[in-house]
Design a protein. Structure first.
Length: 365
């Protein structure tokens, strides 16, 4: 779209006003394809040399009068020969705009404000490629170019021309979706601080709770907690918990829970060490029931793995609304789970050494 500032005074012209503009600018010119009715029918059919599309009558007329803009359709053939393709293109444009509008309102009900923008690059089979690789590459080229026009835009591969400034020399097709913000995902200072708390701890249990409080407050979650499994891995218990103000404690209610009686919850970690759930209503009834009873709306949990065995988990709960977990939160949770897992193993080894020493004393006596 053209910038609103430049063309805002042209928006919303009626049919009568369009007729007046035709009389003023085009009647009697040597442009037979631009009849009065043809101009109205071609309402959406023009684009600037930079790829910016225009959608209102006066901007079209003014642009043509000043020879500032090219005509996408007349360069392809007479109007009556390409009318079908014009109408087809307009439908595609409307679908694309509807998709952008959907993205814009996708996360309106989230706890935290989430602003979503989108850029769409489009390649059409078979004109822009007959294989997935070619279509993907050309769509990616269109996406690369449309980002220069700002957010919430789209571009067809056909619209890319030498005049649009696409620099093929430095263009490399990508194999994954890239974020526009490539900032570091997690804070090294925070992780270093957590490590020091646990490493220098004289009271391990208190230090773990302190760590959960630090992380919970940083990411503004309702709860941060740790579950540890029984030695036979048939049961699990909530061993550490931090909760934000106004959120009820659940640790007393989450002791010796049987995996088999709660939808085999640990299967959620079977294919990945991370269990990400924006909406617990998507889970099976057994799994959703135990979370709903705690007032949980969204959850993010990471498995604690010891010797390739699932032995517990670290998690964040959101009870105030649905939540879209960020890559920073996911990355931090993974590293934290591995870090805390090491110290939990150290604690267990210390307890085992104490037991061995105790039995040795009994045998000696």
């Amino acid at each position: 779209m053209a910038t609103e500032e430049k063309f805002s005074k042209y928006f919303g012209f009626t049919e009568e006003e369009t007729d007046e503009l035709y009389e003023k600018y085009l009647k009697g010119t040597e442009k037979p394809h631009l009849t009065r009715e043809g101009l109205k029918s071609w309402y959406d059919g023009y684009y600037s040399k930079t790829g910016i599309r225009l959608y209102n009558p006066r901007s079209v007329v003014t642009s043509l009068k000043n020879n500032n803009f090219g005509n996408y359709w007349t360069s392809s053939g007479p109007y009556d020969e390409i009318y079908y393709y014009i109408e087809h293109n307009v439908a595609e444009v409307r679908d694309d705009l509807a998709l952008i509008e959907t993205f814009d309102h996708l996360f309106e009900d989230e706890k935290n404000s989430v602003s979503v923008s989108s850029s769409i690059g489009i390649a059409i089979f078979p004109d822009n490629g007959e294989t997935f690789k070619n279509l993907y590459s050309n769509a990616d080229r269109a996406l690369y170019q449309v980002k220069k026009l700002g957010k919430n835009n789209y571009m067809l591969y056909d619209d890319i021309s030498s005049e649009s400034g696409l620099d093929n020399k430095y263009f490399t097709p990508r194999t994954k979706i890239e974020s526009e913000n490539n900032s570091a995902c997690l804070s090294g200072d925070l992780l270093g601080y957590v490590f020091e708390i646990l490493y220098d701890s004289e009271d391990f249990d208190k230090s773990v709770n302190d760590v959960l409080e630090i992380i919970g407050k940083k990411f503004d979650v309702s709860r941060a907690y740790i579950f540890e499994n029984s030695e036979d891995n048939l049961y699990t218990s909530n061993t550490y918990e931090w909760r934000s103000e106004g959120v009820t404690s659940e640790i007393a209610n989450l002791q010796n829970l049987s995996f088999s009686e709660h939808g085999n919850y640990k299967d959620l970690f079977k294919d990945n060490t991370v269990f990400y759930c924006r909406d617990i209503r998507t889970l099976n009834p057994g799994q959703a029931e135990i979370l709903a009873a705690q007032g949980i709306r969204s959850t993010l949990q990471c498995a604690i793995i010891e010797n390739k065995t699932f032995t517990g988990m670290i998690g964040f709960d959101e009870c105030t609304g649905l939540r879209l977990w960020t890559q920073e939160e996911i990355s931090l949770l993974i590293i934290l789970s591995r870090l805390i897992s090491l110290f939990l193993q150290k604690k267990k080894m210390g307890q085992m050494e104490d037991k061995i020493a105790h039995y040795q004393n009994i045998l000696a006596n």
